[in-house]
Design a protein. Sequence first.
Length: 147
Amino acid sequence: MVLKTVIKVLLIMLLPLGIYAEMMSVATRKANVRKGPDGNNEILWEAWIYTPFKIIDKEGMWYKVTDFEDDAGWVHSSALSGAPSVIVNSEKAYIRKGPGSEYQAVWMLERGYPLKFIKQKGNWYHVSDGEEIDGWIHKSVVWGFVK
């Protein structure tokens, strides 16, 4: 009985876990999301810097990714990094001066706006777009990954 349990545990540990659930973000100004893992494939859309993706497969130097809307495509590894980022997944979201709803809202962002994650305080993320926008957003209105 113990031997069967040990064997089951070992088999589970040896199953190829792959790279599923890994997250990456766009590291370049824009990245082409393509239909297949090749630079000659059709461009499905362009993703802006800091756009987070869930990695679902890899072929050579290409990652198959999904975004916050579950749209899928392929992105070259040179356009991605492990830097944490989030994207607004509600119709609108407010960037505030501090980590709380009592702080003044200084920006209103629309669905699909990507942001670099800086740090977390409770349920609030300090984020930036690398240019003008810098402040705090509630974690309930974004999708992505943080460290």
